[in-house]
Design a protein around this ligand. Sequence first.
Ligand code: UDH
Length: 275
Amino acid sequence: MDESGCRIHNRLWRRESGPYNIEVNVTLEETIIENAYLPLGGHSKPENCTALQKIAIVIPFRNREPHLKIWLYNMHPFLQKQQADYGIYVVEQHGESKFNRAKLMNVGFSEAIKEYDYNCFIFSDVDIIPMDQRNLYRCSTNPKHMANSLDKFNFRLLYQTLFGGIVAFTKEQFLKVNGFSNMFWGWGGEDDELYERVIAAKMKIERPNPKISKSKAILHVRDVGNERNRKSIPLIKKAGIRMHRDGLSSLNYTIISTTKHRLYTKVTVDIGHPE
Ligand code: UDH
């Protein structure tokens, strides 16, 4: 897919692009004032062209308000400069059971497609913010790993199959792998399992040039309720065998509420607990 509808404008921002100052001392009030023209739900599209990609950004969430505020403050202008047609879905896990990042991503995908004709999905942690305006938040011919150059890892790829932090899938690519596994409770492994799905589905992964995809990861301690998952390795090994019965096709959840905030749509969901 290309962005022909917005080509002229893309050229304009390319010329003015470059390092980008991330603002971390922000209040939610300031963020709302800066973006007062946005319709409720945080959905924005370019005024003078039709973007071919309609992008849902899905953020897994629980108790990370300070990070969400910083993400929203920086990312709305960033995405608008890229002439993106995008909506923001913050998918909040209800209750106290172990955090399940991957299942929340599946819920975000399933809820977003009910609202708009999205054809690109960017699954992003709430605490990673791009440092360069040239880092295109778009889908590509292959699933794309976008968190390949983080400041906290000295802008290096930790290991070759790393697929965590931010990934972008077209709708077709995501359906082809049946989404994420629903079976990863606690921290770690679900991203490696998704990588195995991509390979099992005979796709490759792409990464942007690490000089351009430099991003800031906000440092934090491990969250309560997101302790390391010690059951992930056997699941990762059998990803290819399990993927067609564990994922979007087996997803069950109960929506507690869907709220259209000024800057994002918040979906609060009960996703159950580990078996
Ligand atoms: N999250 C919450 N609340 C929680 C836990 C996680 O909102 O209680 C969300 C949030 O969007 C966060 C994401 O889940 O950004 C990932 O969780 P994390 O921030 O704890 O993950 P971390 O920064 O990931 O530790 C680093 C991954 C690099 C190594 C990958 C190896 N597979």
